[in-house]
Design a protein around this ligand. Sequence first.
Ligand code: ARG
Length: 472
Amino acid sequence: MSTDSSNPGTNQSWGGRFSEPTDAFVARFTASVGFDQRLALQDIQGSIAHATMLARVGVLTDVERDAIVDGLAEIRGEIERGEFAWSVPLEDVHMNIEARLTEKIGITGKKLHTGRSRNDQVATDIRLYLRDAIDGIDGELRRLREGLIELAVREADTIMPGFTHLQTAQPVTFGHHLLAWQEMLARDHERLRDCRGRVNVLPLGAAALAGTTYPIDRHVTAELLGFARPAENSLDAVSDRDFAIEFTGFASLLLMHLSRMSEELVLWTSAQFDFIDLPDRFCTGSSIMPQKKNPDVPELVRGKTGRVYGHLMGLLTLMKSQPLAYNKDNQEDKEPLFDSVDTVRDCLKAFADMVPAIEAKADNMAEAARKGFSTATDLADYLVRRGVAFRDAHEIVGQSVAYGLAQGKDLSEMTLDELRQFSATIEADVFEVLTLEGSVAARNHIGGTAPDQVRAAAQRARDALARLEQPT
Ligand code: ARG
């Protein structure tokens, strides 16, 4: 490899002012190529745009540009075919690719870095990478939301106990419960889109920190790379990683939601609840207990939430107190970001595949809803409609429940005479409100659990998803 450095063993990209080679351990310690090679395709994409812009403003000739662009395209092929030899002494993805370019096309390769620094280069690469990652995640999130909406329509009439404090509270429809999950994810989706807007800004042109003396046109580079605009301030552009923190913030909230769904799936598949069945392909067995079928997928998603929270905390702390502009600390942004992206994508895929395959055990759900006096509030509301003050109605129903507990009877299983012991206001029509179907159907307003409301809410959710355009 040709080098201008008079000190063999020092890095060819910056070794000029050094009088001794880098310590071997320090070279390994400071190198990032082991992990940032994941940015290779974005690095090439950014370099092609940079060279194209440099030719357009006359800093490179068209011949030089073509040599650079063709050389980079060949290198992309080598990387994609797994033929590229990554070198730790060359430190990072940027210098590996640039050195290879120079090896291939000679001195013209050394002109690529004109008007650029690795500081604006790496910031650009991460933004390109994250934008792609966000678009992939967007698609999986959409698929999961669609799956939830369709399952909610299928289960709009299925009744289950609703819980507060994990104690049976009031009957709800399973479709309503699923649409609650969908609402959580709709907010996560908004946060993701919002984050994308702040990721999609071009750092290139900031150079090391202050801008560059060449007559660059950053609008051209931004347009070539599909960025909405060039970053306003060069110091800020090379320095801040708030967009990556914001993404892990999104990821943390999303995983928090997925962990809640996971927890419920785990509970519902247990023999004690037995509300749903997950197909065998989403479960695993036990090597010692032959009867076991474990809900590993939701359990793992629940567990993976921890690492994403960790990455959020790690990135916040990485950025904390950093003076302007670029500091080497920022090299540590990549692994947490990559792992957050991988984790989010895998967890969403697992859920999007699994949700349509959830089988509700409607009879078990209804039986559970009948236990635990889930229609007690309906009886109180019935009394209120007949002129009893709510607090008095509450007391009357409380006495009825105590009686039911002693007799082992649900409210709907008592005779009219039994119920009338507690209030003479009660008449035969009470049984309509004491059924599960009557209870859910009565909550018939926007946001309520009635099956008709579930169907209407599902339609609104579908419409909202249809209006959500593909990201551009
Ligand atoms: N590998 C570095 C990083 O990930 C690239 C930028 C290095 N810039 C520098 N001035 N050392 O941040």
